[in-house]
Design a protein around this ligand. Sequence first.
Ligand code: FEO
Length: 171
Amino acid sequence: MDKKVYELINDQINKELYSAYLYMQFADYYKENGLNGFANWYEIQAQEERDHALIFRKYLHENGEHVELLAIEKPDKSFNNFLEPLEAGLAHEKYVTGLINDIYAAAEKAKDYRAMKFLDWFIEEQQEEEDNAMTMIDQMKLFGSDPKGLYDLDRENQARVYNVPSPLANA
Ligand code: FEO
């Protein structure tokens, strides 16, 4: 595998695990403030991020490459209201989209068509993640300042269930 593509993919395992940490922190914030539904939503999001790390790890294994696990940074955000984690979530997903695009660009430069095909799933996934983050912000702005509205949003987020992502489902 091209050295640059390898390095970026190996690094992405760490970035995805950091994302899981970050969303665990969001879940803790909501849990500690009585919004168990939002906590559930981010608990599942954290699980999905760990899955993303596992997908990249699996790809390296399947291509005979060494996986080097790196130290995970401490998530150190603090929040003053229920909207702030949601906005931080969107900013983070945009950052991750940029990382995926960088890997894709490196793969394209190296004519690594297998990696490009592999990354297609993540390109779609990032669109979905940004879309979810934007929807959560819009809903919080629209309904979050009303106690009944916030209660309903929390109930809705409580309904989110975990699904194994397709690249791991047939592992
Ligand atoms: Fe792994 Fe939220 O992107």
